[in-house]
Design a protein around this ligand. Structure first.
Ligand SMILES: Nc1ncnc2c1ncn2[C@@H]1O[C@H](COP(=O)(O)OP(=O)(O)OP(=O)(O)O)[C@@H](O)[C@H]1O
Ligand SMILES: [Mg+2]
Length: 580
């Protein structure tokens, strides 16, 4: 008996040690989950959370984004991050909770291709700011229908996960609408692959509809002008049962306004029609007419499992925001300035019943001087945790030698950039900081196929180019020979030197014209471009292929271009069957 009560006391002591902590306190202790695990990464994440929000808000309100990012170095590793947008502004009464309380957002659990999702990003920066510099964040925002803007300084009360408002005042703002956020944090500014500079460049690459002006702490300014005027269209869809966890399902049942279980199922979710719902209810042994709120835990779990095991239609892929082949090509040309490009968009595929689409672009040569790959998830560049990411997993599956590339370490030596974009209304990430796409088999496989499709096109181009290098030697010989004999020929034949040179040039030009016909006949990408009416791009491509071969000052680029246009026109005029 005595023993028993001693044990009870021990248990009570133990229970005393248990306590509930707020989500803010949890993240304060686990800030690595939010991506703030080193000063250099913190600087990047702060910029990224704000820029993601600006782009999301502009897209949702159909505004072409103008975004300004500035990072100032203050003292002792303290940096000030400023992000300004021309978005819709933030409802004034919501500002404190958005920036001063976790899990407050407008995109929470919505099935929509936004960058943000969890209602964590903005508060995460506030938390990190107060942890490292003790400073609040400052927000100035203005909505279209308001005469004045409003300025707030906000911190988080970590114990209760509620906002502390340190300052609040009306301010004049010239813009019709928009938001400026400022945070002072401890950071570290670096150059290179994981830098803010690179994040901004890649953000511009995957968001060619945005104007982005960026000033880094060294005072360098980068201006990325928008090259298209179409705003990606976000369409929202009701949640799909396969994409939700039991806990959230439980909440949906408890909070529903529907009065029967049947209505709850058909009205809350996408892809659940009357018949499917009845079948699911039958499997779960539940009456379709009862009040959903009357279900006990056991019944909720049964219903959840029956739904997960039912054969449901996938969400239609029209809800997924992709760039498409043409825009990827245009944007790669603008930012990467390569010699050759190929891009493909895969058809929608499913993971756990949720559709996703993979897009791949490959840019080769030109201003690119080494192998690199760029990862994008719902139009956000991912710079960290490549090892965990589905895209890296897929790249490791590629047999580069098969496509004619020489490999050094894991990847080819060739100067090429591979862009992979995975888009979905519900993307699985490996953590809250959304730094890597979870390597589900289905996703890895799709990415792998996408890369292979694009590589196939590139390898045809490279093979052709190598063949052309032999032609290059031919010109060198021709012209070199010509040069040597020009002097002697002109004196032996008593013809002016210029005339001899002219003849040699003529001869070489004839050869070139033949080669242009040859390219038109055999390079698929050139044929495609011409078929699609993109003659300019075809001319540039042919020019790039021949440029090296005529480097020896034989022709100016303009002369070469004119020749290519002439041959193309000839082919078109005479309806030669080369393009079929
Ligand atoms: N610049 C902005 N303009 C307009 N609304 C904004 C802006 N920044 C934030 N918001 C609003 O604040 C909400 C919360 O932003 P927050 O970054 O905390 O979460 P989120 O973007 O919804 O999800 P995530 O945690 O994945 O970033 C957003 O859902 C959006 O409604
Ligand atoms: Mg966000």
């Amino acid at each position: 008996m005595k023993e028993k009560s001693k044990q009870n006391i021990q248990e009570i002591e133990l229970y005393k040690k248990f306590k509930r902590i707020s989500v803010a306190e949890f993240f304060e202790r686990n800030r690595h989950l939010l991506g703030f695990d080193s000063p250099r990464k913190a600087l990047l994440i702060a910029v990224k959370e704000y820029v993601d929000n600006s782009l999301d808000a502009c897209e949702e309100y159909r505004i072409l984004p103008d975004i300004k990012v500035e990072i100032d170095r203050l003292e002792n590793d303290i940096y000030k991050v400023i992000v300004e947008d021309n978005g819709p502004g933030i409802p004034y009464e919501n500002v404190p909770e958005i920036f001063g309380s976790f899990l407050f957002g407008s995109k929470f659990h919505r099935f929509i291709s936004t960058r943000g999702k969890q209602g964590i990003g903005a508060s995460a920066v506030t938390l990190y700011s107060q942890l490292t510099t003790k400073e609040p964040v400052e927000i100035i925002t203005k909505m279209k229908n308001k005469e004045k803007g409003i300025k707030y300084k906000i911190k988080i009360d970590v114990k209760t996960n509620t906002p502390i408002i340190l300052e609040k005042e009306e301010v004049e703002m010239k813009k019709e609408s928009g938001t400026i956020v400022k945070a002072k944090i401890i950071g570290q500014y670096i150059k290179g692959k994981q830098s803010v500079d690179e994040y901004i460049r890649l953000t511009a690459l995957i968001n060619p509809h945005a104007n982005i002006i960026y000033k880094n702490p060294d005072g360098e300014r980068f201006v990325y002008k928008r090259i298209i005027n179409e705003i990606p269209e976000l369409k929202e869809v009701k949640p799909h049962p396969y994409g939700i966890e039991l806990g959230y399902f439980d909440r949906l049942i408890r909070e529903t306004k529907e009065e029967t279980l049947l209505n709850f199922l058909t009205k809350t979710f996408s892809s659940v029609g009357q018949n499917t719902a009845m079948e699911v209810l039958k499997k779960a042994k539940l009456d379709p007419d009862i009040d959903p709120k009357s279900l006990n835990d056991d019944q909720i779990i049964k219903l959840y499992n029956a739904l997960q095991n039912a054969k449901l239609r996938a969400i239609p892929s029209k809800y997924i925001v992709t760039l498409g082949r043409d825009i990827i090509l245009k944007s790669m040309e603008n930012i990467l300035k390569p010699e050759y490009m190929a891009a493909i968009k895969r058809r929608p595929a499913l993971y756990r019943g949720i559709p996703f689409i993979v897009e791949v672009g490959i840019a080769y040569g030109g201003e690119i001087n080494e192998f690199q790959y760029y990862r994008f998830a719902n139009r956000v560049p991912l710079l960290y945790k490549p090892g965990e990411d589905a895209i890296t997993h897929a790249l490791k599956e590629i047999n580069w030698k098969h496509y004619g590339f020489e490999v050094e370490g894991e990847f080819p030596k060739d100067p090429m950039a591979i862009l992979v974009h995975v888009a979905s209304v519900w993307l699985p990430f490996t953590s809250e900081s959304k730094e890597a796409i979870a390597p589900y088999d289905e996703i890895v496989r799709e990415i792998e196929l996408g890369i292979k499709n694009a590589l196939r096109e590139l390898s045809i181009y490279i093979k052709k180019k190598r063949a052309l290098e032999t032609i290059g030697d031919k010109y060198k010989n021709l012209y070199g020979y010509g040069l040597e004999v020009i002097d002697s020929l002109s004196s032996i034949l008593d013809i002016e030197k210029e005339k001899v040179e002219e003849r040699v040039k003529e001869r070489i030009k004839k050869e070139l014209v033949n080669d242009i016909y040859e390219i038109l006949k055999s390079v698929r990408e050139v044929k495609n471009l011409l078929k699609e009416g993109k003659e300019d791009r075809a001319v540039t491509l042919i020019k790039n292929m021949l440029k090296d071969t005529v480097k020896i000052n034989l022709l100016s680029e303009k002369e070469l271009e004119d020749m290519i246009v002439e041959v193309i026109n000839d082919v078109k005029k005479n309806k030669l069957s080369l393009l079929s």
